[in-house]
Design a protein around this ligand. Structure first.
Ligand code: BES
Ligand code: MN
Ligand code: MN
Length: 462
């Protein structure tokens, strides 16, 4: 493609400033206090798609936050790329741990990012990565190099489970018809080792509640004689893993696909330094399921983690009390073929069955989603691979990720098309954490790589 590098070079300050403006709006979907801001963000995305050359852009209302849809159809006989992204962001807390306010973006230079990184909630997940596609579209239309049809579908509820997008996809099959889906909402190995995400984990998220006595009790008068819900809950949770860190829920592993030794050997070739991994998060050793490497544990193996646990007295000083109730939020990351609804049922049955007498246990399922894998011999993967070869000078490594984007499996089920995950983030970008950031280099590299995907995908489709 002509002039992509010079176009990016010439416009990079504007690209960065536009993203900074977008990041200033706190589009937190989980917290209704930000409703106006989430809606305002949808409007800004709409305008940006119009400016980038879409012929038709609309705000599609849902029972929740709207979906921004845009398209440019140049020729019905050419392939169609559907771009998906999300404009909502995670809550910013714990706010005190940010070194600069989460919705006042600033560029800071770091050792890893000598060109600077933009610090703000959503910088990488997913406003920055989504906006790369808007700017890539701008480049292709401005320079008359758009080689195929494009559809954009940018939602505002990814961080809360994409419930309304699921309905939208089921009800709009014709409108969303495409030949490939393109998403930047994942990461890559490092700045000099490009990779393409070939798998995502599924998710089952539940909340549990253990109730003991009908009121909080004096821990001296009653202690030792009644079940303490917090003691019981922690014991039940501890029993969910055995001494090898296998999950003990009966049937949990039944559908888990065992990779061949060859596939595992292939995976092990990806560059990875255990020392750096430990250093980056300040731990003296890794921990996990026996018989698997760190990279396997966080991609091809399912997990069970407590995400939050509470109950009893947590205020200042001491209060001698046996709480009436204890709670926990638990997530299970699943691998392809494990059905999230089946796993949720297995969890519920098992957790209820291990409750001792003297307490009542309630399991409340939240949201979930299926995992995803994509082969590397598809036209879409090959087009992405060639695009990275051009801009990084290296063939990207296929790699499964531990994260989840549940809607991707639904796309495959409903729209019958495969998704290509071209992520430009890094593990160190601190998504969902305080001080989330996105490297300026990564942002601009994404903008210059994406148009090449369109070019190669169109050529390979002929
Ligand atoms: N973009 C992330 C998922 C992700 C990040 C996948 C990095 C691979 C690499 C997405 O916004 C996200 O946070 N997903 C949630 C699940 C969702 C149902 C809330 C997750 O993975 O926890
Ligand atoms: Mn995301
Ligand atoms: Mn996220």
């Amino acid at each position: 493609m002509q002039n992509i590098d010079s176009y990016v070079e010439k416009n990079k300050d504007r690209f960065i400033n536009e993203l900074i403006e977008l990041l200033k709006i706190p589009s937190v979907s989980a917290d209704s206090a930000y409703k106006k801001d989430v809606l305002k963000t949808a409007d800004i995305i709409k305008k940006s798609l119009e400016k980038a050359g879409c012929d038709h852009v609309e705000i599609c209302e849902t029972d929740g936050y709207p979906i921004v849809y845009g398209e440019k159809i140049i020729d019905k006989n050419l392939p169609t790329v559907l771009v998906y992204g999300h404009y909502d962001v995670q809550p910013a807390d714990p706010i005190g741990l940010w070194t600069s306010p989460p919705f006042e973006p600033v560029i800071k230079k770091t050792e890893l990012h000598p060109e600077g990184a933009i610090y703000a909630r959503g910088a990488c997940d997913d406003k920055g990565q989504m906006y790369m596609h808007v700017k890539a579209m701008e480049f292709m239309t401005e320079t008359n190099q758009l080689p195929c049809n494009v559809k954009f579908m940018i939602e505002g509820e990814e961080e809360v489970g994409s419930v309304n997008l699921s309905k939208f996809v089921k009800n709009n099959q014709e409108k969303l018809k495409n030949d490939v889906i393109l998403i930047s909402d994942t990461g890559m190995i490092s700045k000099d080792t490009p990779s393409i995400t070939t798998g995502l984990r599924g998710l089952s998220y539940v909340e549990v509640e253990v109730t003991g006595p009908n009121r909080d009790l004096h821990s001296g008068l009653y202690g030792g004689a009644v079940a303490n819900p917090i003691n019981v809950l922690t014991k039940m949770i501890a029993s969910l893993h055995d001494e090898n860190n296998h999950i003990t829920i009966p049937g949990f592993y039944d559908k888990v696909e065992n990779l061949s030794d060859e596939e595992r050997a292939q995976m092990a070739k990806a560059p990875f330094s255990l020392d750096n991994y430990k250093k980056a998060i300040d731990i003296d050793d890794v921990y996990g399921e026996k018989g698997y490497t760190t990279n396997e544990r966080n991609s091809i193996r399912p997990t069970l983690d407590v995400n939050g646990i509470w109950g009893g007295y947590t205020g200042e000083g001491a209060k001698t009390v046996i709480a009436s109730k204890a709670y926990a939020k638990i997530s299970m990351r699943l691998v392809p073929h494990q059905d999230w609804e089946d796993i949720t049922k297995l969890f519920k049955n098992h957790f209820e069955s291990i409750a001792p007498k003297g307490v009542k246990v309630l399991v409340k399922p939240h949201h979930g989603g299926q995992g995803y894998v994509t082969p590397i011999d598809s036209i879409g993967y090959q087009a992405a691979s060639k695009a990275y070869e051009d801009t990084f000078g290296k063939t990207p490594i296929p790699q499964r990720s531990g994260g989840s984007i549940p809607i991707v499996a639904l796309f495959e089920q409903e729209l019958k098309s495969k998704t290509i995950l071209m992520g430009f983030g890094l593990d160190s970008d601190a998504i969902h954490s305080p001080n989330e950031h996105f490297g300026v280099w990564n942002y601009l590299k994404g903008i210059s790589t994406i148009p090449l995907f369109y070019k190669y995908f169109t050529e390979l489709s002929k």
